[in-house]
Design a protein. Structure first.
Ligand SMILES: NC(=O)c1ccc[n+]([C@@H]2O[C@H](COP(=O)([O-])OP(=O)(O)OC[C@H]3O[C@@H](n4cnc5c(N)ncnc54)[C@H](OP(=O)(O)O)[C@@H]3O)[C@@H](O)[C@H]2O)c1
Length: 242
């Protein structure tokens, strides 16, 4: 399918390891970041699985018209992907997340890196999706990642962006990416990457602990999606051009 996409709003170029890059969210964000000119290494517990998905992403990019200079797309084991990049996106399920982050951080492998978490700790029952209580309500997946990788700087972003939209919508998504974190420079990385997805830099949503609100909010979007048969997203009004 031929698609169109306009130039992104930021000149910064990053090299991003996508942990869990074989899943729909990591693959979709990796595709968008590469279209935005960033170099991507999709990570997996099995390197050959990541290489196969990297082939799929490169093929998708080749069929996308109107893209500016695109980034490279590779595949590797999660640990090798981290070693090759200064920015790391966590796109894995919450189950197993803590063990994975601890293993990635071992030996200081995440030291000095910007780690972006889009992990949503959700549960599903007969009434639909809902947010899980993390650390007795005083935590979030992003804060857990920061505790497990203290030498890295963790920010939360891309929680509310649908994987289906990332892969299937032509052009930029008509929504905003809210970025939370305690270090402005790290937030700016995620805000710049967001421009590959929405055509606008992301919005600084405040401190990392507000991931406690962003992560479970996705349950509301899932509920809206089911009721209206759409792929809904968030748009923040009142900011003017940002
Ligand atoms: N899907 C969405 O629309 C969406 C939207 C916003 C945010 N998110 C969040 O993004 C994250 C990824 O979502 P997804 O739908 O792409 O998830 P997914 O398909 O269930 O998992 C993504 C990848 O994570 C790896 N993985 C699975 N279990 C693991 C474990 N125990 N330890 C280490 N790696 C494991 C797998 O890769 P390998 O087998 O190749 O290692 C898998 O392909 C989730 O936290 C989700 O809440 C998703």
């Amino acid at each position: 399918m031929t698609e169109t996409v306009a130039d992104t709003a930021s000149d910064a170029r990053y090299r991003v390891a996508v942990i869990g890059g074989t899943g729909p969210q990591g693959k979709g964000l990796g595709y968008r970041f590469a279209l935005g000119g960033h170099d991507i290494v999709l990570g997996s517990r099995a390197a050959e699985k990541a290489e196969a998905v990297a082939d799929e992403v490169r093929e998708k990019i080749a069929g996308t018209t109107g893209a500016g200079p695109v980034g490279t797309v590779g595949g590797a084991s999660n640990a090798d992907a981290v070693a090759q990049c200064d920015v790391v996106l966590l796109a894995v399920p919450y189950d197993g997340h803590d063990e994975l982050v601890a293993s990635l951080a071992s030996g200081g492998a995440l030291a000095g890196k910007t780690v972006i978490s889009c992990v949503n700790p959700l549960a599903f029952d007969k009434r639909g999706a809902h947010g899980r209580i993390i650390n007795n309500g005083e935590g979030s997946a992003a804060e857990s990642a920061q505790e497990l990788a203290p030498e890295a700087t963790v920010v939360g972003a891309f929680h509310n962006v649908s994987a289906v939209g990332l892969w299937e919508e032509p052009g930029f998504l008509d929504e905003d990416v809210i970025v939370v974190g305690d270090v402005v420079e790290a937030k700016q990385v995620a805000m710049a990457l967001a421009a590959s997805v929405t055509g606008r830099v992301g919005i600084d949503g405040g401190k990392l602990r507000l991931a406690r609100q962003l992560e479970p909010f996705t349950a509301v979007l899932i509920s809206i999606n089911r009721k209206y048969k759409v792929h809904s997203g968030l748009r923040i009004t009142g900011l003017g051009e940002h």
